[in-house]
Ligand binder design. Structure first.
Ligand SMILES: Nc1ncnc2c1ncn2[C@@H]1O[C@H](COP(=O)(O)OP(=O)(O)O)[C@@H](O)[C@H]1O
Ligand SMILES: [Mg+2]
Length: 279
């Protein structure tokens, strides 16, 4: 773990998914990005969930272009990246892996190259993936080094988180899965929720999942998003902001992973490789 190779800086790539929508994935992702940036990390957020309440809104910024424009050859990667007022660099994503898969070898190599030039400027590359278990979500999850599954303590969210982990198991991407309970009453309740899902995953899937940190329900969250602010800006003294800051510390404390498995170049290469597999 202390080998010199691991000391070398490479972005830690984390994909955040949920199975079910509406569990607070985008809110938690945007706030986590801001909290990590506030701790002095260089954070890039790839918004692969271009739904209605997306990362742009959560961060209170507006991006004119997105990754589709890069794929179409209309813009370069630096031209679409927006730096938010909280110091997060946002890459508005393309609407699906289909678009990425439609790239020819030359343009996909160009995109891998474009991202690899950012390699040294990024500490955390965080992907807010779309809800559901689509091809695109699975591709992002499979290509990332770490996968966080956001869930709430309600039957449909638990079932969908389990279903997502099951599909990940079938795909063989079972290492470095962490549960991130959100909107729970207390940290203890979040941990209990984690334990329940962890036990079921171990028993029926043979998959071991970790717990990263829980985020408790904070009534300010809805007002914050209405005000186009992150919770950290809107109610920094509240329980939600406290949990998010602790989550950022927990993320920071995860052991750095092997250089060979990390970085943006590897991430996009893995995506392209999968994109080329016939459906
Ligand atoms: N910890 C929390 N406490 C209270 N409300 C929350 C919390 N996290 C998210 N929300 C609210 O839940 C709703 C769904 O959040 P969102 O981030 O859009 O979910 P997703 O990306 O999973 O669809 C939003 O109204 C958001 O403000
Ligand atoms: Mg979302």
């Amino acid at each position: 773990m202390n080998s010199p190779a691991l000391q070398q800086k490479t972005p830690q790539v984390i994909a955040i998914a949920s199975g079910k929508g509406g569990v607070g994935k985008t809110s938690v992702t945007a706030n986590l990005a801001v909290a990590l940036a506030a701790r002095g990390h260089r954070v890039m957020l790839f918004d692969a969930d271009l739904g209605l309440a997306n990362a742009q809104l959560a961060l209170g910024c507006r991006a004119e272009f997105n990754f589709s424009d890069v794929i179409a050859g209309l813009k370069t990667l630096p031209e679409i990246i927006v730096t938010t007022r909280q110091g997060v660099r946002l890459v508005p994503g393309a609407s699906g892996i289909r678009e990425m898969a439609s790239l020819d070898a030359i343009s996909s190599a160009a995109i891998v190259q474009a991202f690899s030039t950012l390699e040294e400027e990024v500490d955390f590359f965080i992907i807010d993936s779309a809800a559901g278990i689509s091809e695109s979500v699975l591709t992002f999850l499979g290509a990332a080094q770490r996968r966080f599954v956001v869930l709430c303590d309600e039957p449909s969210s638990i079932a969908d988180a389990y279903a997502l982990i099951k599909v990940m198991a079938l795909e063989g991407s079972t290492d470095e899965i962490y549960l991130l309970p959100n909107m729970v009453e207390t940290q203890a309740a979040g941990f209990t929720l984690f334990q329940r899902v962890r036990d079921v995953c171990a028993r029926f899937l043979g998959v071991s999942v970790g717990h990263i940190h829980s985020v408790t329900a904070d009534a300010h969250m809805v007002d914050a998003s209405r005000a186009r602010q992150t919770l950290l800006e809107f109610a920094p003294g509240g329980n939600g902001a406290r949990d998010i800051r602790a989550l950022a510390v927990a993320v920071e404390e995860l052991a750095p992973l092997a250089l060979a498995s990390g970085g943006l170049q590897f991430f996009f290469e893995r995506i392209n490789r999968r994109g080329q597999v016939p459906a």
